[in-house]
Design a protein around this ligand. Structure first.
Ligand code: KIV
Ligand code: ZN
Length: 521
């Protein structure tokens, strides 16, 4: 029997990118959108076009480049927002406008509208959106805390005004599975015209129930799940795409629904989103965590060797993890590297392979065995070092040991010109950061500094994450190296480059020089 299709609506580039510190560049957004399109996501919410010029440009570039997915732009409930969203998505083969307003008592108080005034606003804005675009989604924000009678009333208005999808957001992650299902059932029973539109579920994970709430809504009749890769999103995040997709696949016996997602692409996109957002995936995260398929206990390993199904409900290859454990070394050639990268989910073009191969050889010279984790870190490094970076470390030499003070000598290229600096510090990392700060003027506060060893052994690479905060804006940087101090300095510079990018985006046109350099010569 044919199974009902559940549409997957990905909002990594909108709700996900909204989480503090997860800002992505224009190119990164385009790359992620292209991966989402290729893996079979039905609808990509590409951004919030009125929010900034950068958001508008990214949504419109994604709309132009999209091949299969519907491209959606978010707007508040006013004509200016809606017109801007339409301007951005109209070039897509399949555009969608998504407009929303908060309908719960707390949210109604913000624009100071009474129930009737808000109902009128919903009618007018949805009608306006529908006059521009044949595909309109409407959301009553904080739906799960809205009075049922009022929710039914405004949804009926939105449907009559032309909305084709009604999204039910659990904006603050407050609902629980049974309630999530009951709400959809109630709406399907009570709202006239409900059978002619698609109900969507949009859950946040504040109580750790986003996946369960989304699946419960589907069982009750919702046919669109809104989610993000790795569950990225504000606070505790949104429903994780990989979790709902794999749950419906693995437990299709009790959740008989199909999606258009090619699950073998999940690992690659998870890594990509983790890299560009700077939000690492927790090791024990379902489906895409580093340990999701690792079996360490003796009993488990024994069982796995006899029959993998003893402890595995899905195969690693189902989510795009390779089963081979080929370890590369300094004698490995380009073909072996390319094939290994393909196994890890990276399809590198010839010109990129040349660059990656040089980095791989440098690493292999310093490290006898290059493991999958090393290559992942290396690819992450390739991703975070952009051709347009204004700051590039050319040379760093740090003296450390028991007889302080620790000293750093640095050559930093700034806009293509090399500058030199020396600084001391409370430890080698502090000395390196001080040397950088002596050349680059900024007011950013170091909000996070984290070091992870990627593999075991004293020659292991370290991945360093740095988070900087300047005037309420957050930028994250990452880098990997067998030398922890070098990785730290590069992660710091990576975060500064992102901060500069943000300043440039926000600077008025006549003042595009958004970074000041101290003259250390
Ligand atoms: O969580 C939420 O309510 C939202 C809406 C804008 C749909 O993200
Ligand atoms: Zn949301």
């Amino acid at each position: 029997m044919a199974q009902d299709k559940v549409f997957i609506f990905d909002t990594t580039l909108r709700d996900g990118e909204q989480s503090p510190g997860a800002t992505m560049t224009h190119t990164e957004k385009l790359e992620i959108a292209s991966m989402l399109d290729e893996m079979g996501v039905d609808i990509i919410e590409a951004g919030f076009p009125i929010a900034s010029e950068g958001d508008f440009e990214a949504v419109s570039a994604i709309a132009k480049a999209s091949r299969n997915s519907v491209i959606c732009g978010l707007s508040r409930a006013n004509f200016r927002d809606i017109d801007r969203a339409w301007e951005a998505v109209k070039h897509a083969a399949r555009p969608r406008i998504h407009t929303f307003i908060g309908t719960s008592p707390l949210h109604r108080a913000i624009p100071n509208l009474d129930m009737d005034q808000m109902a009128e606003r919903i009618h007018d804005t949805v009608t306006h959106a529908r006059n521009l675009c044949g595909d309109v989604q409407w959301s009553p924000m904080d739906a799960t805390r809205t009075e049922h009678d009022y929710l039914c009333r405004v949804i009926e208005i939105a449907i009559k005004a032309g909305a084709t999808t009604i999204n039910i957001p659990d904006t603050v992650g407050y609902t629980a599975p049974r309630e999530s299902a009951d709400l959809i059932r109630m709406l399907l029973e009570r709202v006239p015209g409900a059978d002619e539109i698609i109900f969507a579920t949009h859950c946040h994970n504040d109580l750790g129930m986003a996946t369960a709430n989304s699946l419960a809504a589907v069982e009750a009749g919702a046919r669109q799940i809104e989610c993000t890769i790795n569950g990225l999103g504000e606070r505790a995040g949104n429903t994780a795409l990989e979790e709902v997709v794999m749950a419906m696949k693995v437990r299709n016996d009790i959740m008989p629904y199909t999606t258009g997602i090619d699950s073998t692409k999940l690992t690659a996109i998870s890594r990509k989103v983790a890299t560009v957002s700077g939000f690492a995936v927790q090791f024990n995260k379902a489906i895409v965590g580093k340990n999701a398929f690792a079996h360490e206990s003796g009993i488990h390993q024994d069982g796995m060797l006899k029959n993998a199904e003893t402890f595995e409900i899905m195969r690693p290859t189902d989510v795009g993890l390779s089963e081979t454990s080929l370890v590369l070394g300094k004698h490995s050639g380009r073909a072996a590297l390319r094939s290994k990268l393909k196994d890890l989910g990276f399809d590198v073009a010839d010109n990129q392979l040349a660059d990656v191969f040089v980095r791989f050889k440098t690493l292999a010279d310093r490290k006898k065995e290059v493991y999958d984790e090393d290559l992942l870190a290396l690819m992450q490094d390739v991703d975070t070092t952009a051709a347009y970076d204004k700051l590039v470390i050319r040379r760093l030499r740090v003296v450390c040991g028991t007889d302080g003070p620790q000293e750093a000598q640095l050559t930093l290229s700034i806009d293509g010109t090399d500058h030199m600096a020396e600084a001391t510090g409370d430890g080698p990392v502090d000395a390196a950061f001080n040397a950088i700060n002596s050349l680059v003027e900024h007011k950013a506060r170091l909000a996070l500094y984290q070091v992870h060893a990627i593999t075991e052994g004293t020659d292991a690479q370290a991945t360093v994450s740095v988070r900087l905060e300047e005037d309420g804006k957050i930028a994250t940087g990452q880098a990997a190296d067998t030398d922890t101090v070098v990785a730290s300095a590069r992660a710091y510079v990576n975060a500064l480059n992102r901060l500069i990018l943000r300043r440039e985006k926000n600077a008025p046109d006549h003042d595009k020089k958004a970074v000041n350099y101290r003259d250390a010569s």
